[in-house]
Design a protein around this ligand. Structure first.
Ligand SMILES: [Zn+2]
Length: 446
């Protein structure tokens, strides 16, 4: 007998990118049930529809969880975040390259201690869940034990998580370096140990072109050939100074992306964070290869890196996802990150539509990770990762929500105003994550 539960609430999800649709609800790119029922069987979406009709057909032994007029959406996806940087979030005064030296590297050095890695990983995963993030693509540090720690923490909750050991063998502190050989060997062992276990996937993770020798990038390409279904996760064209340094370091290259392309790192399941200062030819190359850009608006504003061009990315046909990029970003909340995304695009003279924002944080990011057949919407047989949002938890949000009954302005205001306070429940494969031994409210410090 399969285990079936039903969740009754307002339910909203995207079935495809609604950004160009005049009326996404009419065109069917977005589906909304004001009084909906989401049925989950053994962790997978079984049915979704209007509550009244579905309840009539429901066997009497199925438990129905009632959420009133709270809103259920698919679990949020964070496609670029550094868990070892959680303790240096909101560090003052630097741009990317100095920020790495002054804050990021000293924080990452502490992960030589496996106990420290374990403690931070557990804190980090619980914070993701509290923020409604159900899938994340995560940088660890150069230390293999930092990868063990984050995968162990995620697997406790059955969370979908992609992570990898950072590869860096030059232009960084001596005690944070690996070598092309040790980087290859440690990555290989971690892939063998973790990739495909539970919902965990490995990402070959060169920090960025600056901190790897050509031989190390070659070894990264070798890993991708030997393990074709792992991810590649790195940074690309975040900051102008960085782009100039890459051009000096690889004088033969046509562009920053060309460095990665040369070592065969641009492919399906390659996830490139930032992608700000780049040419359309490179955007088109990424599109052809099935690689993804991760838009990290909060970090790009905080580090003064630049303004992401979503319109160009979309026009060139690239998969675009969203990331918090903590510690460069200032919040693990993907909802708050969407607020920053909207503002960045306003400065570019572009727009992030209400449902386009929802798409970016759910199905769009799932597409970026080539996981759109598993997560990101409530299509039948997808993994039932979802979050419950409650607009009434904040006075202003509540007031704004009650001001209209139209879901379009409602959802836009909710996405712009929300953060972790709005998320009341986070479900992974149909299971309420707090039942796995953490408490949402006890995490708020008195
Ligand atoms: Zn980053």
């Amino acid at each position: 007998m399969s285990e079936v539960t039903a969740h009754r609430a307002s339910i909203l999800h995207c079935l495809r990118d609604p950004s160009d649709d005049k009326d996404p609800l009419a065109s069917g790119s977005v589906e909304y049930f004001e009084d909906g029922l989401l049925m989950v069987a053994d962790g997978y979406v079984d049915r979704l529809g209007p509550a009244e009709a579905l309840l009539k057909e429901l066997p009497s032994n199925v438990k129905v969880v009632e959420y009133g007029d709270k809103l259920i959406i698919p679990g949020l996806i964070d496609c670029h975040v550094h868990y070892p940087q959680i303790d240096i979030i909101a560090s003052y005064g630097e741009r990317l390259l100095d920020w790495l030296e002054k804050y990021a590297y000293p924080a990452e050095r502490k992960f030589a201690d496996p106990e420290h890695a374990k403690e931070v990983a557990e804190f980090f995963v619980q914070e993701l869940l509290r923020n409604g993030t159900t899938t994340a693509c995560v940088f660890a540090t150069v230390h293999p034990q930092s990868v063990d720690a984050i995968f162990e923490a995620a697997s406790k909750y059955g969370m979908r998580l992609i992570a990898g050991k950072v590869l860096m063998d030059k232009n960084c502190p001596e005690d944070l370096r690996d070598t092309p050989e040790t980087g290859y060997e440690q990555s290989r062992q971690l892939i063998e140990k973790w990739h495909g276990r539970d919902r965990l996937s490995y990402a070959v993770t060169p920090r960025f072109a600056i901190t790897s020798s050509e031989e190390q990038l070659r070894q990264a390409g070798r890993l991708l050939k030997e393990y074709p279904d792992v991810y590649l996760h790195t940074h690309l064209a975040e900051n102008e100074e960085e782009v100039a340094q890459v051009a000096r370091q690889f004088p033969w290259s046509r562009s920053y992306l060309d460095v990665y392309e040369h070592f065969e790192l641009v492919r399906e399941r390659s996830v490139f964070a930032h992608c700000i200062h780049m040419h359309d030819d490179d955007r088109k190359l990424m599109a052809r290869k099935g690689a993804a850009m991760t838009f990290c608006p909060s970090s790009n504003l905080f580090l003064g890196s630049g303004l992401f061009d979503l319109q160009m990315g979309r026009q060139c046909g690239v998969r675009v996802s969203i990331g918090s990029d903590v510690g460069g970003g200032t919040s693990l909340s993907i909802l708050r990150t969407l607020g920053d995304a909207y503002k960045v695009l306003q400065l570019k003279g572009q727009s992030l539509t209400p449902f386009g924002a929802l798409y970016l944080a759910t199905l769009g990011s799932a597409r970026g990770l080539h996981l759109e057949d598993r997560i990101g919407s409530f299509r039948k047989e997808k993994e039932a990762d979802f979050v419950v949002l409650d607009a009434s938890r904040e006075a202003i949000t509540n007031r704004r929500w009650r001001e209209t009954e139209d879901i379009v302005p409602r959802v836009f205001a909710l996405l712009m105003l929300s953060d972790d306070h709005t998320v009341t429940d986070t479900f992974l494969k149909g299971k309420r994550t707090e039942d796995f031994g953490w408490e949402r409210d006890s995490r708020l410090v008195d």
